[in-house]
Design a protein around this ligand. Sequence first.
Ligand code: EPS
Length: 386
Amino acid sequence: MLKKLTFLTSGESHGKGLLGILDGFPSSLSISENYINNQLARRQMGHGRGGRMKIETDQAEIWSGVRHGKTLGSPIGILIHNKDWENWTKKMSVEPVDDAVKKVTLPRPGHADLAGVQKYGFDDIRNVLERSSARETTMRVALGSVCRKLLEDLGITVGSRVIQIHDVKDETPISPDISPEALNKQADKSPVRCLDKQAEFAMMKSIDDAKENGDSVGGIFEVVATGLPYGLGTYTQWHQKLQARISGLMMSVNAFKGIEIGSGFSGGTQFGSEVHDEIGWDGEKYIRHSNNAGGIEGGMSNAQAIVLRMAMKPIPTLIKPLRSVDIHTKEKKDAHKERTDACAVPAASIIAESMLCFVLADALLEKFGGDSMEQIKAHMAVSAQY
Ligand code: EPS
């Protein structure tokens, strides 16, 4: 799905920490741990988060690939320690332990638990849940923020906002000219990352109610990117289409169950004449009279804002658990429960921004090439069309 960049993460939720490598990245981009940590802090916020976020203050340690504040073109390695590790040294010990460690045997419907133990032949669900935890997304945000910085230096910005939690919607229209920075500035002030104060209150209440009932809620958020030139991605081959690349990365995030690009599903109920974005000329460049395509036509960026929406299902760990079966005894029992988040939709919107940053940085590197930021900028100055 990525053509020029490669990234890998490793780490268990209650292990020592997370490791990440981003390879194929150009030299001479200014980047700091502080820049990455600001994005990590955004991911930690949001009403409905559980106890873990009170323990962690996620801090990225750049391990390699950066010297004197600038990328070297070599693989960028990042390390993030889990503060909670100190409470799990025995349960998550790398070395065998003498004392018995209680096994998790009650798979949670909706989690990776059951399919995971079946696949890998485990008798302890903890072997699955530690890696399938959304804790892993911390590293995606860390590595994705390096891509975000590259985009920013090329005039491309990415933002997001929450538009629905459970059945509460925030239908505040956003101006077609809104900058993603301005959108984030406003959304980041809200504990649920929405724009409307009344909706914010109702969303928070729906999270609190779910929590009180031992339940969880999901939602929908919108991600926007502006400043893009024409022609990222291509119509010439199926796997190179930009929307396929974006969807692939987005749908790899835990609990993300649906994607809609531009007017998406509602376009299926409208006439072509209502959906397609008419073309104009402002004397210097082409303009569009609408952006229902969400910035992508024929698998390519069309220099309009990329706009997409993602649906996130409710988190599967429930304090009032659903029915399950013990994987050792096959007895009917309630599913496993442990510390959890009643809602992680605001955090998910930041993770989605990061996934979009990977794809856009990758597609830019593919189209404009270059081993250093100077070369990429020079190539774009010659051939980027807006
Ligand atoms: C998360 C860390 C996890 C959870 C959450 C996301 O921490 P812990 O398991 O220690 O509570 O808060 O993950 C899940 C609820 C899940 O089911 O994966 C994080 O860092 O975002």
